[in-house]
Design a binder for this molecule. Structure first.
Ligand code: UDP
Length: 405
C-alpha cells in the first residue's frame, strides 16, 4: 500500500519524538498485548471527541491493544437533552425536569441492552453515555473521560450526575483546574493531535489552492479563519463583529468554516443565525471537509478560536501545528495551549480580538515568529503519542486494583 493511504502507526512519530520515546512507549504497551478496551461516545464525526477517538483507537491497535469505539444511538429529543446538559456543565442554566431525566436514562439503558461490554476497560466520553455504568457487571475499570470546560458546572445538574460519576473507577478531565469534589480518583489529560491525518498532514501550495478554489474562497487578500462546530460557545457572532472592526483598518477576507455534529441539534440554528452577515468578504461555510480545514489553517494569515468556554480547543492545536498565528479566547484549555504574546494571543473581548487581527495582518514577521513557536509547542506537548503514553500509564495504574494482565 502506498504511504498516502497508510493508517497512522507509532513509528511514524519517530522523526518528531525520537527513537527513545518510541521504545519507551512500546515497552509500556508490551504487557497490554490483546488488552480489550472500548470507548463510547455520542457522535462518529464533528467535534473534538470523534477526532481524538478516530486516531487514538488506530494508534492503540497498532501497538497491540484491542481498542474499540461504539457510538450512542438516540432520538433527536435525547440529543436535545444531552446538548442542554453539555451546555449546563459549561455553566448554562438548565430546567432539569423529571421528563428529561427519564428520557435520558431510558435511551442510555436501551443502548446498554444492545451493547455487550465485557471489556477489560470501558472508557465513556462526556455526559451523553454517562449512566451506561449503571447497567453492567464490571469486568474491569470504567473510566469517565469528560472533555468539557468544567470551570463552573451548573450545580443542580452536577448534583444529579455526581452519584453516577462516582460509580466509575476514575475520571479524566482535560485540566487539573477542573478537579471536583468526588470520591472517584481524578486524572488530567490534555488532548492531542495526529499530525499525519488528512486534517493535519503537510499540503503543497498547489493542493491548498485547489481546495480553496473548490469552494471559491478568494485568496487576493489575507484570510482570517475560524473552524468550529456552529455552537454559541465558539462565539461565531463575536468573530464576525471583531472582523468587521478590524476591516476598518485592514483589508482581509473572513472564512467561518463549521460543521454540525450528529449529537448537536443546535448547530443548524446557530449556522442560520449567521447567514445574514455574509458578504463578499465574510464567507460562512457549512461543509464536512477535513482537507479544507487543513488548507484554511495553512493558508490563513490569522486563525481565530474565540471561544467563551472550551475544555481544550483541538482546532487551536491543529492550527498551531501548521505554524499559524492563532488568536484564542481567554478561556478553559486554550489558556494552556497559547502563551499570550509568545506563541499566539489570548483575547477577552471583541475589541481585543479586532486589535490583534489588525496587528497580525500588518506584521508578517510577528506572524511568522509566533507560528514557529506555536509549532514547537505542539511538537513538545500536544502530539498524540503523549496522550497515548498517558493512557498506557493509566492502564498500568489499575493493575493492582483489577489485576489487569
Ligand atoms: N472540525 C472539522 N470541520 C469543521 C469544524 C470542526 O473538521 O467544519 C473539527 C476540528 O478540526 C477539530 C474538531 O472538529 O478537530 C473540533 O474540536 P475542538 O476541540 O476544537 O472543539 P469541539 O467541537 O470538540 O468543542
Amino acid at each position: 500500500m502506498g504511504k498516502e493511504t497508510r493508517v497512522v502507526r507509532l513509528e511514524d512519530f519517530e522523526p518528531l519524538i525520537g527513537g527513545k520515546s518510541i521504545e519507551r512507549i512500546r515497552k509500556k504497551a508490551a504487557k497490554f498485548q490483546g488488552f480489550h478496551v472500548v470507548n463510547i461516545n455520542s457522535t462518529y464525526y464533528g467535534g473534538g471527541v470523534a477526532e481524538l477517538l478516530s486516531s487514538m483507537t488506530l494508534l492503540m491497535n497498532g501497538i497491540g491493544i484491542k481498542a474499540g469505539w461504539r457510538v450512542m444511538q438516540g432520538s433527536p429529543d435525547y440529543f436535545s437533552i444531552t446538548k442542554k446538559m453539555h451546555n449546563a456543565l459549561q455553566g448554562d442554566d438548565i430546567n432539569l425536569s423529571k421528563r428529561k431525566i427519564e428520557l435520558y436514562e431510558e435511551i442510555v439503558e436501551e443502548n446498554s441492552i444492545r451493547n455487550h461490554l465485557g471489556h477489560e476497560m470501558v472508557i465513556v466520553h462526556d455526559p451523553q453515555p454517562l449512566p451506561m455504568v449503571k447497567h453492567y457487571k464490571k469486568h474491569g475499570p470504567w473510566v469517565w473521560r469528560c472533555h468539557l470546560d468544567m470551570s463552573n458546572p451548573n450545580k443542580e445538574l452536577w448534583n444529579y450526575l455526581t452519584p453516577i460519576i462516582e460509580k466509575y473507577d476514575a475520571v479524566i478531565f482535560s485540566l487539573q483546574e477542573y478537579q471536583k469534589k468526588l470520591e472517584t480518583p481524578q486524572l488530567f489529560f490534555m488532548p492531542a493531535i495526529n499530525p499525519f491525518s488528512i486534517k493535519n498532514k503537510e499540503m503543497s501550495e498547489r493542493e491548498i489552492r485547489e481546495r480553496l478554489g473548490h469552494y471559491n474562497i478568494p485568496t487576493d487578500l489575507p484570510l482570517v479563519v475560524q473552524v468550529s462546530r456552529f455552537d454559541s460557545w465558539k462565539d461565531p457572532q463575536g468573530v464576525i463583529e471583531a472582523f468587521k472592526l478590524a476591516q476598518k483598518e485592514v483589508k482581509a477576507t473572513l472564512v467561518l468554516l463549521g460543521n454540525v455534529a450528529t449529537d448537536d441539534p443546535e448547530g443548524v440554528e446557530v449556522y442560520q443565525s449567521l447567514l445574514d452577515s455574509q458578504n463578499e468578504r465574510i464567507i460562512i461555510l457549512s461543509v464536512e471537509d477535513t482537507a479544507l480545514v487543513n488548507a484554511l489553517q495553512r493558508h490563513a494569515a490569522v486563525v481565530l478560536q474565540k471561544s467563551i468556554r472550551e475544555g481544550f480547543g483541538l482546532t487551536v492545536t491543529e492550527a498551531m501545528w501548521k505554524g499559524a498565528a492563532v488568536i484564542g479566547g481567554n478561556a478553559g484549555g486554550i489558556r494552556y495551549q497559547i502563551r499570550d504574546g509568545e506563541n499566539g494571543f489570548l483575547v477577552s473581548s471583541i475589541e481585543e480580538a479586532a486589535r490583534r487581527i489588525v496587528e497580525l495582518i500588518k506584521d508578517k514577521r510577528l506572524r511568522k515568529n509566533m507560528g514557529r513557536k506555536a509549532r514547537e509547542t505542539v511538537k513538545r506537548q500536544f502530539l498524540m503519542t503523549r496522550l497515548l503514553e498517558q493512557y498506557l500509564d493509566m492502564f498500568a495504574s489499575f493493575e493492582t486494583i483489577y489485576r489487569l494482565r
